[in-house]
Design a protein around this ligand. Structure first.
Ligand SMILES: [Zn+2]
Length: 159
């Protein structure tokens, strides 16, 4: 019998000066980067939670603790690769990922295709099975005040 598992991930990081901005594994030119123990790629972090939560009953904070020197300033693409490996070792195929980046700025639409390419390569699924949308919050809340970026991801895994 086929088992289908759907996972959701949500993450937020705060803007800071003097850091590069990475979203979906792509460096995006902007006056701020995101604060975090790793490179703070908020989209990749949401995706990791979406794939590991229903399959391994864990989360990114438990798998890659922000108290560990090993993960300091780490490229989140490496974390995603490790997470995908664990999910696949558990016998699951990742079918598709859908996601939303919630940011007032910068405009992310020019980078979406590149992010999908990068993520498709790491996760090992066709690009049409990775979808990303950008949205603003109409100047409301912390994203609207340009204090940071949030991301939501949903993933479906099949066993
Ligand atoms: Zn994060």
């Amino acid at each position: 019998m086929i088992k289908i598992k759907t996972g959701i991930g949500f993450d937020v990081h705060q803007f800071v000066k003097d850091r590069d901005l990475y979203l979906g594994g792509v460096k995006i030119p902007y006056e701020f980067g995101l604060k975090g123990h790793s490179d703070a790629d908020v989209l990749i972090h949401a995706i990791i939670d979406a794939i590991v939560s229903p399959t391994l009953a864990t989360d990114i904070g438990k798998l890659f603790p922000d108290t560990s020197e090993e993960f300091k300033n780490i490229d989140s693409k490496i974390l995603l690769k490790k997470a995908v490996q664990m999910v696949v070792e558990k016998g699951f195929d990742i079918n598709n990922i859908d996601s939303v980046i919630i940011a007032q700025e910068p405009k992310i639409s020019p980078y979406i295709y590149k992010m999908r390419e990068v993520l498709s390569d790491i996760i090992g699924i066709p690009i049409e099975n990775i979808t990303i949308k950008g949205t603003t919050t109409e100047y409301l809340g912390f994203t609207g005040r340009k204090e940071g970026i949030a991301a939501v991801a949903v993933a479906t895994m099949i066993k």
